[in-house]
Ligand binder design. Sequence first.
Ligand code: HMG
Ligand code: MG
Length: 313
Amino acid sequence: MFETLPASVQIVEVGPRDGLQNEAATIATADKLALIEKLARAGLNQIEITSFVSPKWIPQLADGPELARQVMQEPALARLNFSALVPNLKGYEAASAAGLKQINLFLSASESHSKKNINKTIAEALATMAEVAAVAKADGKRVRCYVSTVFACPYEGQISPAASLDISKKLLAMGVDEISLGDTIGAATPNQVLTLVKLLGAEVPLEKLALHFHDTRGTALANVVAGIESGITIFDASIGGLGGCPYAPGASGNLATEDLVYMLSGMGIATGIDLEKLTDAGQLAQEILGRALPGRYLKARLAERQQKCASAG
Ligand code: HMG
Ligand code: MG
């Protein structure tokens, strides 16, 4: 079935940001740090730890500066690539002061989501991204940028792939290093992934593109396979399938990191991640949040572990 598969893919863990931004409960900074440490111990070397956005808009991540300071001071975590979401120069300055070497900008391919999420039109957002990217690149930072709602918008429905191509070309011209294409409300199907990547791949180097799937309608893993078939080798995922954008009604969890690692490992594609340690991280996330998370592998593996314990005891 598969002609050529990549030997390895890069997974970007977004749970501490995309996951925790959507939680109703306030989570202690110490718990967030403990989760990030467990994720790092599992082998995840690219972790988006928080946001430097307005605390009025995302109160759940209001401790971003303090958390980032603590993460960056932890010697065991020093060699890893930590990043944070940044909407403007104010956020950039705080992220840079915390010592982060990568910042993640974000904007939308849909005008309505853009207004709801960052109170800017796409043109205004692009101007802000250009301003921040210029400063960040001059400071030697790596810059990723998310393009949200590339397939569908909760307010406008289907979004033309041409919108993402236009935005991506502008981001590349700003010196953005990596563009993560977001299926914010988890509505895409594999054929749409093939179409979008083919269109963008003609003008954007494939190694600069990442895919960011939410699993709202259960299509995220199938979409990853379509992404791999199209030549993409960077995928975002979230521990336990946490996640969602508070300004995109109906957006539920991201693709679960464990489900992604399990599938890739079965396909012979290396990720550098230890699935048992990742399960430990998922278990910790469940303990912190006090509920079961949607990840399927996590559920299955924890049940197996429990059964083993019961039959041993
Ligand atoms: P605004 O209200 O239009 O802007 O918000 P403002 O400049 O008037 O600022 C309002 C207040 O926020 C002011 O404080 C600013 O100082 C402060 P006040 O004077 O009222 O006391 N402020 C900040 N504070 C801390 N850090 C900052 C910052 N900037 C301003 N960086 C703004 C505009 C962009 C700030 C706001 O709309 C915002 O923060 N939005 C963030 C929304 C968000 O985080 N959404 C979720 C992430 S996106 C996502 O999940 C999708 C993704 O996962 C990919 C996918 O799935 O597709 C990435
Ligand atoms: Mg997201």
